[in-house]
Design a protein around this ligand. Sequence first.
Ligand code: PLP
Length: 415
Amino acid sequence: MRTDASMDNDTSHNLTHASQEALEHLQQQGLRRSLRRVLSTSGAEIALPQRDSVINFSSNDYLGLATSEALKEAMREGVDRFGVGSGASRLVCGNYAPHEDLEAALASYKGAEAALAFTSGYATAVGTIPALVGPGDVVILDKLSHASLIDAAKLSGATIRIFPHNHLGKLERLLAGAREKGGASTRVLVVTESIFSMDGDAAPLAEIIALKEKHGAWLLVDEAHAVGVLGPQGRGLVASLGLEKQVELQMGTLSKAIGVSGGYVATSSAVRDLLINRARSLIYSTAPPPAVAWTAKHAISLLQSAEGEARREKLWANKRLLLSLLGGTFTAQTNALPAAILPIIIGDEEAAVQTSAALLEAGHLIPAIRYPTVSRGAARLRLTLSAIHEAGQIEALVACLRRMVPQLGIATHGA
Ligand SMILES: *Cc1c(COP(=O)(O)O)cnc(C)c1O
């Protein structure tokens, strides 16, 4: 066996050693992350290795559809009919009837001419944006846009401009200057979320639309946290404002309130056709299993049914209960948030992690969200509600939060 010192010491080009150093650095900053193993099915109550039963306030399965009997049955049926895999990219031989049927259902649900489904919301963003803009063009994003949107903008090679969160004045100045360098042929794409993933607040969509129209720009709205829960039949914020025709690209995920897996963009037929030709995450990736598309299509129907409506009502009843139990300042400042998401800003990264750990100890799973997901010093507990939470679970949570989060009732949203 070799024990020679030169081998042990010369670690400068050793990947494992370099990784250990990087991890230590993350640890020191309170930013090291690790995976949590869940032993049960997804649901309001889950089992973890350290505790048989914790109440889950961290899922984006806002309506509990991931474990709904109707969708489990649809998935079984889909597997029986189509097997478990698609075998190839959509453009080779992986384009099955359920993919196109899902897209037709999505287009009609979103009030668009057409829709294109991808393997995830992330794949949707990185496929779509670089297919439509490139070097010499300009992408203007809200500062709090999801990483998938930022990565997509970077990947496109377009010039990236960022406006402070929901800041219309700065957006207008960026729009006004967007063609200064490249001239009239420059394509300008504005990107925002409708309901923001880490804050739960809404973008001023009507105003953003007025601005992008005035300046001849296109708009992509990511409805990841709105679709399924907001607006008539859960069609999202764009639809609830009746603005479907003015938004060129309505993007979203099938993996949150819709309960399944995948992503989509609802748009015009011409844009869909262009994306089929150019979106690399669609072209060079195996199509989602047709059984998954089949299940997602059933989920879109479920959202428009009486059961979908009942689940949304239960979600909002839970939100009202949570806010009324929290009471005080906290309620006043967050009441208006039209989302299943309630951020409890802690600030310090390490403090957020410790609070989250203490809550877990007491049986409540609420993750600490830290840089780089949110800005440094804006670490928070990101509490999410679902239609499948029971009142008693929410009451127990609030009792616990009151004991463990000194910030409660003082510091709130918007750090
Ligand atoms: C979760 C999320 C995505 C990514 O969707 P996945 O289906 O999970 O890949 C994109 N945008 C936003 C705003 C999200 O919250």
